[in-house]
Design a binder for this molecule. Structure first.
Ligand code: FES
Length: 104
């Protein structure tokens, strides 16, 4: 697959998360102080919509049961989630945010 367009930088202000669909995958894009991160939009606890959660610093809180994930690693830092979510590389090209989609 490779690098695919996900969003314009201007669509994602600092401190916000946004759900995008890239090549059929639901991805939560996050702006943490001007750095951009992407994790899958599906909580590893019970499939909660992570991208609709609240971002505090680099922690994204699942809106269903409140597990927090570090968006820079995809790892959960609070219960009830214990399994990491998938993380994607984000590249900036001009005003565009691109996400690296693996071939699998
Ligand atoms: S579904 Fe995310 S914490 Fe339960």
């Amino acid at each position: 697959m490779g690098l695919l367009f996900a969003a314009k930088k201007t669509e994602l202000p600092d401190g916000h998360a946004k759900v995008v669909i890239v090549n059929g995958r639901r991805i939560a894009l996050c702006n943490v102080g001007g750095q951009f991160y992407a994790i899958e939009d599906r909580c590893s606890h019970d499939n909660g919509p992570l991208g609709e959660g609240t971002l505090s610093g680099k922690l994204l809180e699942c809106p269903r049961h409140g597990a927090q994930f570090d968006v820079t690693t995809g790892k959960p830092v609070t219960l009830p989630a214990v399994v990491p979510v998938r993380r994607y590389e984000v590249k900036i090209q001009g005003d565009d945010l691109l996400v690296e989609i693996p071939h699998d």
